[in-house]
Design a protein around this ligand. Structure first.
Ligand code: SF4
Length: 548
């Protein structure tokens, strides 16, 4: 066997393991370079560490072969009856064969590949490898004959072929493999099966919530530094606050808070998002670590350059946002005299705009009707605010840059927080935020982030902010500052808004199509992944969120 193209990088033996398990897993890990360490992966690493301590025989031999085009780390090499035998340790169970425990196909190809590497290294012929399955406490012998060697060669060739493709292989037919797959939250196999078969009852392989929290630094003059595996926030005249790194998913610097270079490096290494927002709430920039998988961006460009695809997605998005606006007004005005409150005309206006949108045949027409829905929605908002609210907190119309009253200051600030989360999710998924399908690249904001925000503005900010106003949580003197006609949130107001927003992110919502519940924070990422499915797999699941 010879490595066909010496200029090609060597394949990891573990990549052959992934390829045999599921071709899509190989592609995600090796081509798109997505690797997520879940509990099973950590447990596997722990096993190897413990074995290294317990068993003096662990060799952990790192080998490379240009001939075979492979590289890998052999767990253990033992000499039995004068013969060298590579051993591999597995945490789980062996496969159940008719004659007793058997190796799984992916494990078999892995140890066969190790045999080839060890043969070349040691200059001898090896006919057998062994796999220790610790959950069963059994060792299985694997004969490495001509058939096994041929399987390795074919797997290497298939891996090279897949590496050149920009198309992700389809999800596996064997859904039991997905339950144990660490990349299920990225691959979304159940959602893809649902898109292809509306009768499918998906199980939730996507984590319900993030384990790591957002750290907002709002105090003027605050500084974030690193001390070992902790982040330290020191603000003038405030106590020093310390956060373990593994509890933080993103750092958001408001205003002129400072961050050290060591923290920037740490964020890049540990996949912690770092975002800068002005004191007025405008998003400036963000840093999200990770590779930039070009295959995804090529697919995104190819898909969204098609005006038909872009229009279809824009229409679904506009209809979803309009439907949320309508549902919110209907819910919030339940039991009210809608006509007297001025909510009914708004409801009628959104309904008419939604009907017109569903017949729209071009982007400009769609934008026109979406604008009508938006104007109708905002005209109805004053009617769902309590009548004894301080008049300075009342809503009289949308003003954006800059906001000119308290209500608009609240809306703008919350949308800025939302923009940050959507952008973080887009970058984490590996899409290009500058290339959207609905918004034009006019401002500093990224068009794709603006597109995706449309789905979340109402449930993630308009609803909680109206509820907080109706609970009389806002003080127009303490929570806002004024500069001429412009109104911004004060330090106290920013803290309050962040608290409301972050609490909202933790609320759970049952996805109307997949049927499982997850937090809003996870929902954003799920929607980005479902958007990508519009051009990588089964379309039809993106932008189907509905308020009940
Ligand atoms: S989740 Fe299933 S289809 Fe997706 S990579 Fe894993 S095993 Fe393959």
């Amino acid at each position: 066997m010879s490595h066909e193209c010496a200029s090609e990088p060597l394949l990891r033996v573990m990549a052959l393991h992934a390829l045999t398990y599921c071709e899509r897993l190989f592609y995600l890990e090796e081509v798109e370079e997505i690797r997520l360490a879940d509990e099973a992966v950590y447990a596997g690493r722990r096993l190897h560490e413990e074995l290294a301590v317990d068993e003096g025989e662990i060799v952990s031999l790192v080998l490379e072969s240009e001939t075979h085009g492979l590289k890998g780390k052999v767990d253990c090499l033992r000499r039995r009856d004068g013969r060298l035998i590579p051993y591999e340790h597995k945490r789980g169970h062996a496969a159940k064969g008719e004659q007793g425990p058997e190796p799984w196909p992916s494990d078999k190809i892995q140890v066969s590949a190790y045999v080839l590497l060890v043969e070349e290294y040691a200059g001898c012929v090896i006919e057998e490898a062994r796999i220790r399955y610790h959950a069963d406490n059994v060792t299985v012998r694997v004969a490495v004959d001509d058939v096994a060697r041929d399987q390795v060669r074919k797997a290497v060739a298939r891996a090279r072929e897949l590496s050149k493709s920009v198309e992700r292989p389809p999800v596996t037919d064997n859904e039991r493999l997905c339950v144990r797959c660490s990349l299920a939250p990225v691959c979304l196999p159940e959602e893809e099966r649902l898109a292809g078969n509306p009768e499918w009852k998906p199980i939730r392989l996507f984590p319900r919530d993030y384990e790591r929290q957002a750290l907002h630094v709002t105090e003027p003059g605050a500084r974030v530094s690193r001390s070992g595996n902790t982040l330290v926030v020191q603000a003038p005249e405030r106590e020093r606050r310390v956060f373990p790194v593994h509890d933080v998913g993103e750092i958001v610097l408001h205003g002129h808070a400072q961050v050290t270079t060591q923290v920037i490096h740490l964020c890049a290494q540990q996949d912690i998002g770092l975002h800068w927002i002005t004191g007025g709430g405008r998003y400036i920039a963000g840093l999200v670590a990770g590779t930039s998988p070009v295959q995804r961006r090529i697919r995104q460009y190819e898909a969204l350059r098609d005006p038909g695809v872009a229009f279809r997605l824009a229409k679904r998005l506009a209809l979803t946002r309009g439907a949320s606006q309508l549902r919110f007004l209907l819910r919030a005005s339940q039991g009210m005299d809608r006509a007297a409150k001025g909510v009914q005309p708004a409801i009628n206006g959104i309904r008419a705009a939604l009907a017109a949108m569903s017949h729209a045949e071009g982007l400009d027409t769609l934008r026109g009707h979406e604008g009508e829905a938006g104007r109708a929605y905002f005209s109805g908002l004053p009617g769902i605010l309590r009548t004894d609210l301080d008049s300075r907190l009342m809503f009289t119309g949308r003003t954006r840059r800059p906001p000119q009253d308290c209500f608009n200051a609240l809306l703008s600030f919350g949308y800025s927080l939302l923009h940050r989360d959507v952008l973080q999710a887009i970058l984490a998924v590996g899409l290009e935020p500058a290339f959207g399908f609905y918004h034009q690249p006019r401002s500093a904001a990224h068009p794709l982030a603006l597109d995706l925000m449309e789905e979340f503005r109402v449930p993630m900010w308009d609803m909680p902010v109206v509820a907080s106003l109706n609970r009389l949580q806002w003080d127009p003197d303490q929570d806002f500052t004024r500069a001429g006609p412009q109104v911004w949130l004060s330090d106290a107001g920013r803290k309050k808004a962040i608290e409301i927003y972050e609490r909202r992110k933790e609320d759970e919502w049952k996805h109307p199509v997949t049927g499982y519940a997850l937090s809003y924070a996870r929902l954003i990422e799920l929607e980005v992944r479902l958007l990508e499915k519009e051009w990588t797999g089964q379309p039809g699941l993106f932008a189907r969120l509905r308020l009940r």
